[in-house]
Write a protein that binds this ligand. Sequence first.
Ligand code: G3P
Ligand code: CA
Length: 324
Amino acid sequence: MERRKVVLVLVIFVVSVLLPASTLGAEETGRNPRKESEGFGSNMMNIAHRGARSIAPENTLIAARKAYDAGADAWEFDVQLTGDDQVVVMHDDTLERTTNVQNLFPDRVSYEVREFTLKEIKRLDAGSWFVEEDPFGEIGKGNVPEAALESYRGERVPTLKEALQLTKDLEWKANIEVKSIEAPAIFVDRYMVIILSRVSELVEELEMERDVLISSFDHMAIRILEEINPELPRAILANEPLADPVGHMKKNGVRTLNLIASALETEKGVSNLESIDKAIPGYRVFVWTINELAEMQRALEVPYITGIMTDYPGRLREAIAGRG
Ligand code: G3P
Ligand code: CA
């Protein structure tokens, strides 16, 4: 057994003693076992990257609603642990870029998410920065109505539970990306086991096993998630071409690969995906992040791609509709 896996199994054991009994394990809950392949859609998926983040503040409930309204089949969002071990939706490991944390907490030496409690994070405005910075230039182009802009101000950082509840209320789907942290290995291992356990617990509590996909760049974390809850649909993320993408999927016990779009330009990055149908039944390959119409159209022609993540779900909806 790999050294990190041994450590993680030990951490799981310790955490399972410390956390409530419902947090870990599937058997005691009486959950119906489901196959990993049944979790996320198998047709071409339009996945809004951090919500419709070209026209709304990323990783917020309003960005999710905008993506839903734009016709996305799902939204992707990132999760992290707060200092009091609550799961919140946030991309960066610090809070400055997408909130007003520096105004509200000017004396803090660190703005890392895990240095703040959930109560503190809930005080932050996660919407005004978008209105002021217009990161995709869509406000300047007149593509975001004035009333929407006003509603973005004061938008809160969602908890995972709130994000999942909205997804459920909309009868929608979510790709939860579990972010890792930069820290000594033992802290990373404890962190990952806690966040994976919390994610599993919440998905189970809301009975959303069929409506989520859980991904991470930390492939060991994905293998550990299988041990925590084998029913959860899982994906490995790759931010560079993989020499053997199918081999990586098999090794990590997943049927879904979330692949950086630039890998499509290299033979190495897609070397054996052409034959993936036979190698991994019920496979999915989602590519991220594609925003230009012509690139969307090219990706839609690639036979092994079953989903595209985009900051422009409305544009992708039109590209999919316009396919021959
Ligand atoms: O899940 C795909 C993509 O979201 C990973 O990159 O940096 O946008 O979280 P990032
Ligand atoms: Ca992400």
